[in-house]
Design a protein around this ligand. Structure first.
Ligand SMILES: NC(=O)c1ccc[n+]([C@@H]2O[C@H](COP(=O)([O-])OP(=O)(O)OC[C@H]3O[C@@H](n4cnc5c(N)ncnc54)[C@H](OP(=O)(O)O)[C@@H]3O)[C@@H](O)[C@H]2O)c1
Length: 336
């Protein structure tokens, strides 16, 4: 967790420059692009020249609404934004989305943005929903998009980016230490008695970092002695605390408290999206790393626990393979 002074600095003082990297002729996928950070990220990238921006939205109606709004604002061509249905809680929906992505001529950027911070307990994929959406669904999709990113790198001599919108809150996640390291972590959280919803979001963001650390060590690891000719970049970032629809299902006193806190401290989603765009064009030196306030930030000790990184990665792989047998071959396919 950032210290109080760091939080106040990044929320109230830090100047976040408008991104200026070119996205000319790039094809981008943004999950959850109908709202909040995803929608603002799309606008920045279109301004910066992206030729195709695909919105992965669980509600095509909300996706089309956002598309029309952006086209009106930016006066951009109607063929730049395309809305595809994507529900991260449904392997069939993810599979359909991947089939469409595989038919694209190229794929330069994937923003794993869609996420939830829930106020009530439900079970999805045989675990608590926050972990299901932010980790299982997110990486069930992400793994299947890797081959297209890699193909684009090889065919076009570019460096595609897969950027995950994580959170600085990973650092205060409470891992169920006392249970030992041989339990099924996702099954553990299927039991409501084990779930503290305040912690679940933070834990899901910690797991995202564990997964990215492992995935980036397998796919195109940095090797100065043996540089990869067509690598991709897998990184993550904290976009600051921003005014968006996240935590929108709070009620009563927590809702009032959160609204006041947000009104005082939160940045606009447009500012947070500047950091997303920056990470999505940050280059190979950010492979496997986490950016905060516009720069690479060292992982906190909780994210550096190698045993746990491997353990959560293995647990995730088992879950993904169960949901979609053969899905892990996507990783083998991009290993060079
Ligand atoms: N806002 C912050 O302060 C902050 C800080 C750190 C990190 N983040 C991260 O930023 C990302 C974007 O969040 P946001 O703040 O922009 O919140 P948001 O306004 O609530 O947007 C979340 C997006 O995710 C989509 N989504 C949720 N569940 C989904 C599912 N099952 N399948 C597909 N899409 C789904 C939502 O779709 P619907 O519109 O259909 O619900 C929405 O488009 C999240 O990963 C969040 O954890 C946010």
């Amino acid at each position: 967790m950032p210290s109080l002074s760091d939080f106040l600095y990044t929320q109230l003082v830090l100047r976040i420059p408008k991104p200026s990297a070119s996205f000319t002729s790039k094809t981008v996928i943004i999950t959850g692009a109908n709202a909040g950070l995803g929608k603002e990220t799309a606008q920045h990238m279109i301004r910066l020249g992206a030729s195709k921006v695909i919105f992965g939205c669980r509600s095509p109606v909300r996706g089309e609404q956002a598309k029309r709004e952006i086209e009106r604002l930016l006066k951009c061509r109607a063929d730049i934004i395309t809305v595809w249905e994507l529900d991260l809680e449904s392997p069939a929906s993810i599979r359909r989305f991947v089939d469409q992505a595989n038919a694209l001529p190229r794929l330069d950027v994937v923003i794993n943005n869609a996420g939830v911070h829930v106020a009530s307990y439900t079970v999805v994929y045989d675990t608590e929903r926050t972990l299901a959406v932010n980790d299982i669904g997110t990486f069930l999709l992400a793994l299947q998009l890797l081959p297209k990113l890699k193909e684009t790198a090889r065919k076009h001599g570019v460096t595609p980016h897969m950027t995950t919108v994580s959170s600085a809150l990973y650092d205060i996640a409470k891992y169920p230490e006392s249970r030992g390291d041989d339990m099924d972590i996702f099954a553990w959280f299927k039991d409501e008695a084990h779930v503290n919803l305040m912690n679940q979001y933070n834990l899901s963001k910690l797991f995202q970092l564990y997964i990215i650390i492992k995935l980036s060590a397998i796919v195109d690891p940095i090797d100065a002695d043996n540089p990869n000719p067509n690598p991709i970049v897998i990184n993550s970032l904290d976009p600051c605390f921003c005014k968006t629809g996240l935590s929108g299902d709070l009620t009563g006193a927590p809702k009032v408290f959160f609204s006041i806190f947000r009104a005082i401290f939160a940045r606009t989603a447009e500012e947070g999206a500047r950091l997303v765009v920056q990470a999505a064009s940050a280059g190979r030196e950010t492979h496997g790393l986490y950016l905060r306030a516009g720069a690479v930030q060292k992982y906190a000790p909780i994210a550096q626990d190698e045993k746990r990184v491997s353990y959560v990665w293995d647990q995730l792989c088992q879950r993904l393979e169960k949901l979609q047998p053969g899905v892990l071959t996507n990783i083998q396919a991009v290993k060079s």
